[in-house]
Design a protein around this ligand. Structure first.
Ligand SMILES: Nc1ncnc2c1ncn2[C@@H]1O[C@H](COP(=O)(O)OP(=O)(O)O)[C@@H](O)[C@H]1O
Ligand SMILES: CC(=O)OP(=O)(O)O
Ligand SMILES: [Mg+2]
Length: 397
């Protein structure tokens, strides 16, 4: 890796905007924009590990990208209009094209345009990020890094729907899987730390959530499918449901188009739909503690879906040696970890409550009780994984 290159990373999520700046493979800083109540705040993480939180005047996450350059100048990471050497963008979109990484060119932009209708929560956001960043940092090469690529190692069985094989192949209707950069970063870190187990279940629990079975450091199976809608219950996504039930929603609510239905399932379901009040796990826990009946039910359903998916992945692997929690809820919420693991005694997992604290200073900790198989809480590092993955393409520009 050429260590002189200044590289900006954009990793838009369904409830956040995450950016990072690297000099070659050296981390300079990360910016994590998220809602706190109705305010958007950002946490700046510096290379020495220190963190600062700042309140912003942004009212929507889509505005953040246009204010990014000024924040990087104010925080003294760049000195004004800057020539970056590359921008890396995390792309979560279905299709074999997006199961690989690409230098963004006309074809890639056209593919993204098509993907907008297929993955309404992610593709339009990343398309907007790329468009805005190309305007701000003119003539910078953008590289689209696939969020599915890590899952290419899965056996064909785990990629397939039970549909006509010719249709599946002709139209690319497969279970692509997502959160590959996150789970890939966890597997690489565990290998480096010499704590990688043969059969692991990695629970990426954030605004979007998925459970991945990892066999010898490679993806073996995962709960997300053609789009990031399949699988467990999420902040605003329903997760898996019967297509006939989805079509009943379309009929009963008088939704006019398939697009409206897809948006409904992606944005009006999950914690938000079931509680009727909030998509934020912090708020759901508060509602549950107050005894709000829909809050109680939303929390219980969320936990049940995670427990079921962990059982499904254990079956897929034929056993499990270690459990990992990652992503914002997995890393920050001792409550969610406690409730999920409460039912996993049958797989050999018990939490040591004294170790299951909310705030982690280290990247990794093992919260398992004596006699339990390891239960790790590990901070995900999608940016670092993007830098590693982009190396070959970076050498071509
Ligand atoms: N301390 C906390 N406890 C529980 N949930 C939290 C906490 N802090 C943030 N969250 C939740 O984390 C979610 C964001 O997760 P994240 O993985 O960053 O999502 P994304 O990348 O999809 O934007 C939000 O839905 C928010 O409700
Ligand atoms: C793919 C996906 O669901 O991403 P996120 O969790 O960041 O929304
Ligand atoms: Mg995310």
């Amino acid at each position: 890796m050429n260590n002189d290159r200044l590289i900006l990373i954009t990793n838009p999520g369904s409830s956040s905007r995450k950016y990072a700046l690297y000099r070659g493979s050296n981390f300079l800083c990360a910016l994590h924009f998220e809602f706190e109540g109705d305010k958007i705040v950002y946490t700046l993480k510096k290379a020495d590990g220190t963190k600062n939180k700042t309140e912003t005047k942004f009212t929507t996450l889509n505005e953040v990208v246009s204010g990014l350059e000024k924040i990087l100048v104010d925080e003294q990471y760049i000195g004004g209009p800057t020539k970056l050497d590359a921008i890396l963008a995390r792309v979560a979109a279905p299709g074999s094209y997006f199961a690989e990484d690409h230098i963004v060119d006309e074809e890639c932009l056209a593919q993204l345009e098509t993907a907008k209708a297929r993955a309404p929560l992610h593709a339009p956001v990343i398309a907007n990020e790329i468009e805005q960043l190309k305007k701000t940092f003119k003539e910078t090469t953008v590289i689209a890094i696939s969020d599915s690529g890590f899952h290419n190692s899965r056996p064909e069985l785990m990629k397939a729907y039970a549909i006509d094989t010719e249709v599946a192949n002709k139209y690319d209707i497969k279970r692509w899987g997502y959160h590959g950069l996150s789970v890939g970063s966890i597997a690489r870190y565990m290998r480096e730390q010499d704590i990688l187990e043969e059969k692991m279940i990695v629970c990426h629990v954030g605004s979007g959530s998925s459970i991945t079975a990892v066999y010898n450091g490679k993806s073996h199976d995962t709960t997300m499918g053609y789009t990031p809608l399949e699988g467990v219950m999420m902040a605003t996504r329903t997760g898996s449901m019967d297509v006939a039930a989805a079509l009943a929603i379309k009929r009963e609510l008088g939704l006019k188009t398939d697009d409206e239905l897809e948006k409904y399932l992606n944005k009006q379901g999950g914690l938000l739909g079931v509680s009727g009040q909030s998509d934020d796990m912090r708020e759901i826990i508060r509602l549950r503690d107050e005894g709000d009946s829909r809050g109680v039910f939303a929390h219980a359903l969320y936990i049940y879906r995670l427990q079921s998916a962990i059982g499904q992945m254990a079956a897929s692997l034929g056993g499990v040696d270690a459990l990992v929690f990652t992503a914002t809820i997995g890393e920050r919420s001792d409550d969610v970890r406690r409730r999920v693991v409460q039912k996993l005694g049958y797989l050999g997992f018990t939490i040591d409550e004294a170790k299951n604290t909310g705030d982690m200073n280290e990247r990794q900790c093992n919260i398992a009780a004596v006699g339990s198989k390891p239960i790790y809480v590990i901070k995900t590092d999608e940016s670092d994984e993007m830098i590693v993955r982009a190396n070959d393409l970076l050498n071509k520009i």
